[in-house]
Design a protein around this ligand. Structure first.
Ligand code: SF4
Ligand code: SF4
Length: 494
């Protein structure tokens, strides 16, 4: 099952939480045994920077300081974090001093002992760069890496923990993308697609950057892999949420980002800032000479006013009509041109494709009905045709949204609820169990004989039920058409 993204979660109103460093990410090393063609960070396994990496004691100290300030989650990454000989100790310490964690690895250095440690509940992502030995090793430029990664998967399976296969698509493996998906499905119940477009190297090395550019996918493939979720984006826009939502005319490039984020990043040398993509040394704070508290309370907020966009920004991305269709962020401008204010031509092309996709999607996947003065915006992952809803609903059909619009979105795969905290169970009697977590209502369609074991439907609504995501186990009824309810809840029959 592919991991559901933002759609399943109710949008976190981060800017309404107190400003605490709740989530940290730490890159344990930028060294890696692979040398992937698309990699923006990698150093060779014995690079001299190894000597400057944080010691285990220094890492423990950072973890302890952050914990006292409210930190509860760590993301562990690299380079290849397992290249550190003390990886097991670090991993053990971080995961036993936080409520949850995520780990990114190429999987090739997993040992049976590490696999047993990785059974700890958390989000473990193991990268796959090709469906075959030839293609995977061609991408990693490390002969034997495919076999090593597959061995890592075997150890993980033997140990019995769950993990996510992370597929990394690019030009040289895209021809076998479907096979990569099949391989991922054969390895784990969960897979996800890594970033479908590539940013340039933090090193600025022209040879590395030429190779990364060569691996960039065509814009239509980028959108195919990372289809925008329109209702989610529109809600973010309405709430002016998310770190990229800088107000027009505001030249403080990172002000919104710093105000909205509750996370921070620490690089292998103890440099702290608010985002893992920030590589400008002036924007990183040295934890070897200062404290996490000082970095979080003083240094990071000070960057909000300090970093200003130039004319390039104010006349370019800041006022760009396509900004809401674009994945641009000043950090990518920096990686591409060494300048936070500069646009990225590649992303301009992706944004145009995105806009066209959205226009078509709205036409084919969205429709409106008005009942009792309330407009219902119905959306679906599958196209909605004249045959989808029963003709008796036709008199209620309207052209567009109203003052009081409710949103319903149909999906055709059930999200993975294994080990998910659904909150408090308020009611349970077939056909429904009802849970409430924070501002989210979760309805599980349950069976009279097997209860919650066999789910036939999951619906997730926000606090006032004005937005709902409805998950069906398959697309059969929807494709058959003639649905007599916009929610299709009528399909529950016992
Ligand atoms: S495995 Fe990851 S860190 Fe290593 S070279 Fe490949 S992309 Fe870079
Ligand atoms: S990168 Fe291009 S499309 Fe994106 S906001 Fe900047 S100018 Fe607009």
């Amino acid at each position: 099952m592919i991991i559901m993204s933002s759609e399943y979660k109710e949008i976190k109103k981060l800017n309404k939480l107190p400003r605490l460093p709740l989530e940290g990410s730490i890159d344990l090393t930028y060294r890696c045994d692979n040398n992937c063609r698309h990699c923006w960070l990698r150093l060779s396994p014995n690079a001299q920077e190894k000597k400057q990496e944080l010691s285990f004691d220094e890492i423990k100290n950072i973890i302890d300081q952050a914990r006292k300030l409210g930190n509860r989650k760590w993301s562990i990454s690299g380079g290849e974090p397992m290249l550190r000989p003390d990886f097991s100790e670090i991993f053990d310490y971080i995961t036993s001093h936080s409520i949850s964690y995520s780990l990114n690895t190429n999987g090739g250095l997993i040992t049976p002992a590490i696999a047993r440690l990785m059974k700890r509940q958390g989000n473990k992502m193991i990268a796959v760069y090709g469906a075959t030995r030839e293609v995977h090793d061609h991408i990693t430029r490390n002969p034997g890496s495919y076999d090593a990664t597959m061995r890592g998967f075997a150890y993980l399976k033997e140990a019995g923990g769950s993990f996510t296969v992370q597929l990394i698509p690019m030009k040289d493996n895209y021809h076998q993308y479907d096979l990569m998906v099949k391989l991922a499905q054969s390895l784990s119940k969960h897979y996800r697609i890594g970033a479908p477009w590539l940013y340039l190297s933090a090193s600025g090395d022209p040879i590395i950057n030429e190779e990364i550019k060569k691996q960039r996918l065509y814009q239509k493939d980028v959108i195919e892999l990372d289809k925008p979720s329109l209702s989610y984006e529109e809600k973010m826009e309405q709430e002016n949420a998310g770190c990229a939502y800088v107000k027009r005319g505001d030249d403080r490039l990172f002000a919104a980002c710093i105000a909205n984020r509750r996370d921070f990043h620490v690089d292998p040398y103890g440099q702290m800032t608010f985002c893992s993509f920030i590589k400008d040394p002036k924007m990183r704070y040295d934890l070897r000479t200062g404290t996490v508290k000082e970095g979080w309370d003083k240094f990071i907020p000070s960057l909000a006013d300090k970093v200003r966009g130039t004319k390039d920004y104010l006349e370019g991305c800041a006022v760009c009509e396509d900004r809401k269709n674009c994945r641009w962020c000043p950090v990518y401008g920096y990686l591409e041109h060494g300048d936070f204010s500069k646009k990225m031509e590649y992303l301009c092309a992706v944004a145009k494709e995105n806009k066209d996709y959205k226009k078509n999607w709205q036409k084919e996947h969205r429709t409106y009905y008005q009942i009792g003065g309330i407009t219902i915006q119905v959306e679906s992952d599958l196209p909605i045709t004249d045959k989808t809803f029963h003709p008796k609903l036709a008199p209620f059909h309207v052209a567009g949204p109203g003052a009081d619009t409710v949103y319903i979105h149909h999906h055709f795969a059930l999200p993975d609820l294994e080990k998910k905290d659904l909150g408090k169970r308020l009611y349970s009697k077939p056909p429904w169990s009802i849970y409430k977590k924070d501002d989210t209502w979760i309805y599980l369609g349950i069976s009279p004989s097997t209860g919650e074991k066999d789910l036939h439907k999951i619906a997730v609504f926000n606090a006032d039920h004005s937005r709902g995501q409805i998950y069906h186990p398959n697309d059969k009824s929807f494709k058959k058409g003639d649905l007599s309810a916009l929610t299709s809840f009528f399909l529950i029959k016992y």
